[in-house]
Design a protein around this ligand. Sequence first.
Ligand code: PEP
Length: 251
Amino acid sequence: MRRPLVAGNWKMHGTCASIKQLLNELAEQALPDDVDVAVFPGLIHLQAVGAQVAESHLVVGSQDCAVQLEEGAMTGETSALQLKDIGCSMVLVGHSERRQLQDETDSVICRKFIAAQAAGLTPILCVGESLAEREAGQALVTVQRQIDAVLVELGVEVFNNAVIAYEPIWAIGSGLTATPEQAQEIHAQIRAHVAKYSATVAQDLKILYGGSVKAANAAELFAQVDIDGGLVGGASLNAKEFSAICRAAGN
Ligand code: PEP
């Protein structure tokens, strides 16, 4: 039985004051006991968020980490060990916005995945196709290539301590959501692909859906057998909306 996870990606949003308020509002909301809830603030807010949620069950993660594990001459970068040191336990790797805006390649993402695990962080590997790839019937090919860049390179066992987030690019921040059937189809194919290497790892692997998840569509998405929760962008900046999404992931 996979325990659901709902992760809020705050992207480059918030000020010290607005984030404090968001967490205060979230603390007033009922969060389910049978769902893991994680928030991913921007780098500069990680420590303050960690301190504020220290007494709660909320998990804190980073939106990115450096390819290099140890500290060193990498101006502007933050290593996975430094993230671990300030209390992070998870990290997003390969978010489509970083693949697109920072030109992150599959091999760079694989190195970040390695660094994350070496530091004791759980990586959430983000994968997903563009609209053009979907329309060309290449959605699964793209997603498999992105997964294989880690799976084939490092071996299936690394997914014992990792999460995959399927996020079709055309659904991110666009208001367009994959239908539950469209999402389930890819999630099932991802699990079947991993199962070719290890049925046990595939069975236990959490696969999140991301792309305009809202309180209004979360329950239907999370009811799909291979969808184990969500990676939520915009809606995670609203405490009522985000907590309703978390509740939709519970039983
Ligand atoms: C995301 O940033 O990972 C995301 C899914 O964003 P949104 O929920 O806003 O589409």
